[in-house]
Design a protein around this ligand. Structure first.
Ligand SMILES: *[C@@H]1O[C@H](CO)[C@@H](O)[C@H](O)[C@H]1NC(C)=O
Ligand SMILES: *[C@@H]1O[C@H](CO)[C@@H](O)[C@H](O)[C@H]1NC(C)=O
Ligand SMILES: *[C@@H]1O[C@H](CO)[C@@H](O)[C@H](O)[C@H]1NC(C)=O
Ligand SMILES: *[C@@H]1O[C@H](CO)[C@@H](O)[C@H](O)[C@H]1NC(C)=O
Length: 449
């Protein structure tokens, strides 16, 4: 179904026509470029929602700029909500223009995946994805439909950017997409994948929490000992392939970290938002480790203000959301159904991507704890990629988001098809915390700088 959002596209079409007839570049106010959205039924009873914004660069047509798909984490975090309004989209959650929106340098495709996330929904509870393979095959159905309906994007360089669990999904999706493009089943110009603070090797994250927090004066000797002990138990469970047990121990490890750090923020160790009493009390009363994990890792992506925006003015604007489907309404089930997948590593998938010649970027925020940079470096060292020794021998280069300032914003190392960005002063949500350098990084990755 081709969807023409009546409210916003019609006047813009007129503007575009006017622009074309006079040969002028159409100057659209930020946040009012051409947008389209729709559902794709990716399996029986599984409906996935996507939202596309055409790039709004004052000097360049969208066809001269890349297409970036953004994948949120959780699983159960909404790209169309969180990634769009809290990180990289044209408007923030107050509907004010975002100065550092990626839309000035790329068209943006937000997809609510796995099914059940955001405005996506399932009609039967047996339909939720339970593993990475299903997440990837569902997304391939969506992309096949997207690129056949929007042929103008078939030749435009297409990149997948991601955050957190979205990084694990992005790796799995990228590999399947690469194969589909090779086989000719999907027509698109797939050009690379970027894994942001990504859950590629969960156990390497958990193992580095102790040393990282200790070096940042957030654990004492005893605390380090306690955190390391429970981390070793997680490692043991993962090594035995006991992934559900590993998930339970992961939650225990987080509790031990919280007790010993006076409740450090897992998403940015230097900021500590005021505790919300409702979350705290429900945390105390629930016995289920999965529910506690959900509350810690998905609820903040669906915070009340964003939920009110998405279930209020945004759903009204979109006009196609079923009446009984609420944004975020199935997020809890999305998360719980992936229980057996959480702690599985995806390092071998990254190896396959590198081997296949796909451009892979890893980027990580310095102040992130849940997926700290030390843990990312640990799994990168485990890659079997033949070029890794050469990558390791390189020295990193500093990056400055403001060319007139001497303040270092990031470091980067890049060899053949692997690049690693160390983003300073950012936590887990890199574009939210450091919008300027995040935008610059996106331009570097997509070969615009
Ligand atoms: C922008 O690119 C599209 C696709 O190539 C093309 O159809 C359209 O005419 C271009 N618009 C302008 C204003 O150049
Ligand atoms: C599927 O779920 C949507 C959203 O809850 C609902 O609007 C729709 O009627 C359901 N369809 C069927 C066939 O049950
Ligand atoms: C992919 O994009 C690049 C850069 O714009 C272009 O040179 C190349 O021809 C495109 N490839 C395909 C298959 O469209
Ligand atoms: C892939 O990365 C290499 C090395 O940085 C770069 O030269 C090349 O242009 C990249 N390709 C794409 C499609 O981004």
């Amino acid at each position: 179904m081709e969807l023409a959002p009546r409210i916003c596209v019609l006047p813009l079409l007129l503007l575009l026509l006017l622009g074309l007839s006079t040969g002028a570049v159409v100057d659209l106010p930020t946040g009012e470029g051409k947008e389209v959205w729709d559902y794709v039924t990716v399996r029986k009873d599984a409906h996935m929602f996507w939202w596309l914004y055409y790039a709004t660069n004052p000097c360049k047509n969208f066809s001269e700029l890349p297409l970036v798909m953004w994948l949120q984490g959780g699983p159960g975090g909404s790209s169309t909500g969180f990634g769009n309004f809290e990180e990289i989209g044209p408007l923030d959650s107050d509907l004010k223009p975002r100065r550092t929106t990626w839309l000035q340098s790329a068209s943006l495709l937000f997809v609510d995946n796995p099914v059940g996330t955001g405005f996506s929904y399932v009609n039967k509870s047996a339909i939720y994805a339970r593993d990475l393979a299903t997440v990837a095959s569902d997304m391939l159905v969506l992309l096949e439909s997207f690129f056949s309906c929007r042929q103008e994007f078939q030749t435009i360089p297409f990149y997948i950017f991601s955050e957190s669990y979205g990084g694990k999904m992005a790796a799995g999706i990228a590999l399947e997409l690469h194969k589909a493009v090779q086989q000719g089943t999907i027509k698109c110009n797939f050009s690379g994948v970027a894994l942001g603070d990504s859950w590629i090797s969960p156990v390497d994250s958990v193992l580095s929490w102790g040393p990282y927090l200790y070096s940042m004066s957030l654990l004492d000797d005893q605390g380090l000992e306690e955190v390391s002990q429970v981390a070793e138990q997680v490692l043991d469970a993962v090594n035995k392939g006991l992934y559900k047990e590993a998930t339970q121990l992961w939650e225990e490890a987080e509790a031990v970290v919280e007790q010993n750090t006076d409740g450090v923020n897992f998403y940015n160790i230097l900021t500590k938002p005021a505790p919300t009493s409702t979350v705290k009390s429900s945390l105390e009363f629930t016995q289920n480790h999965l529910v506690r994990l959900y509350q810690r890792h998905v609820r903040h992506l669906n915070r009340d203000k964003l939920s009110q925006l998405m279930n209020g003015p945004i759903r009204k604007k979109l006009g196609i959301i079923p009446q009984d489907c609420s944004w975020g309404g199935q997020a809890n089930d999305v998360f719980l159904n992936m229980e057996g997948d959480f702690m599985k590593p995806a390092i071998s998938i990254v190896d396959e991507l590198l081997e296949a010649g796909v451009n892979v970027t890893v980027y990580n925020g310095q102040l992130d704890l849940i997926v700290d940079t030390m843990g990312q470096e640990a799994w990168v060292r485990k890659l079997k990629w033949a070029e890794l020794p050469k990558f390791n021998q390189l020295k990193w280069k500093p990056l400055y988001s403001d060319p007139t300032s001497s303040e270092t914003s990031a470091f980067v190392k890049s060899h053949e098809n692997l690049a690693f960005f160390w983003i300073l002063r950012a936590g887990h949500m890199v574009p939210s915390d450091q919008g300027d350098i995040a935008l610059k990084m996106m331009k570097l990755v997509t070969q615009q700088e």
